[in-house]
Design a protein around this ligand. Structure first.
Ligand code: C5P
Length: 234
């Protein structure tokens, strides 16, 4: 696999373990890592993650913790022992929650979710947040970085601003990526070429691949897009 395509992580949003394992068998040589989120984890738990870990690919454990510091620390300890490459929390859990998890992690990189890619400016109004999405994402990212995060999740459209504001080794994770199909619940979307050109460190792609009748074909096409649009400055 071309090394740049190591940036592509597939979101395994499945409940069924057998189906997930069969799917990983198909894609394992063409992705940089595997993202396991709430759907997989609430059905299959720690034992399920251990089964997926056996493939030897980096695991992005997307559990989006958001609770009081004590609860998050204890829950995080239960999964940090799995040594996932990445673990997510919500930045709006606040400074003390983030500092707490940053202080107990070992080799796992803690990634903060800024504003979900399923939200847009109108949703911020509903949530009584008096900011444009790019400004809101930037402020949350700065708080996260100062509190000890290794990286953030944002949409591709905020990357330019974030890359200027954050240290060089900071990790920029971008979901909300469409390719030849549109996921209707995602609002702040982009495509693989734009994501890589904008300096994304990890592209998270789920249903575009997992719901396809030929996942490997879509995966190869996405990997070609990534390679074609890669710029050496990333
Ligand atoms: O299927 P799709 O490509 O939209 O999947 C995106 C994945 O990224 C989902 O697993 C979703 O939970 C996750 N995610 C997201 N937006 C965030 C953080 C994570 O879509 N801000």
């Amino acid at each position: 696999m071309n090394s740049i395509n190591k940036k592509l992580f597939v979101a395994l949003d499945f409940s069924d373990l057998k189906h997930t394992l069969e799917f990983v068998e198909i894609v394992k040589n063409y992705v940089g890592g595997l993202k396991l989120g709430l759907e997989f984890f609430t059905k299959n738990g720690i034992a399920g993650v251990e089964k997926i870990k056996k493939y030897g690919l980096p695991i992005f454990l997307d559990l989006k913790f958001n609770d009081i510091p004590n609860t998050v620390n204890r829950a995080a300890s239960n999964v940090l022992s799995l040594n996932p490459e990445y673990l997510t929390i919500h930045i709006n859990g606040g400074r003390r929650m983030i500092e707490g998890i940053a202080s107990i992690k070992k080799r796992t990189k803690i990634i903060g979710v800024t504003m979900l890619t399923s939200l847009d400016n109108r949703d911020l109004v509903d949530l009584c947040i008096d900011e444009e999405s790019s400004e809101y994402v930037k402020k949350l990212s700065l708080l996260g970085q100062k509190s000890g995060l290794d990286g953030v999740v944002s949409s591709v459209s905020e990357l330019k601003v974030l890359k200027q504001a954050m240290p060089e080794n900071f990790i920029f994770v971008t979901p909300g990526i469409n390719f030849k199909m549109q996921n209707k619940d995602q609002k702040r979307t982009s495509n693989p070429g734009e994501a890589i050109k904008s300096g994304s460190s990890i592209l998270i792609i789920g249903r575009t691949i997992t719901m396809s009748s030929d996942p490997l074909k879509v995966l190869m096409e996405i990997n070609q897009e990534i390679t074609k649009n890669n710029v050496s400055s990333n």
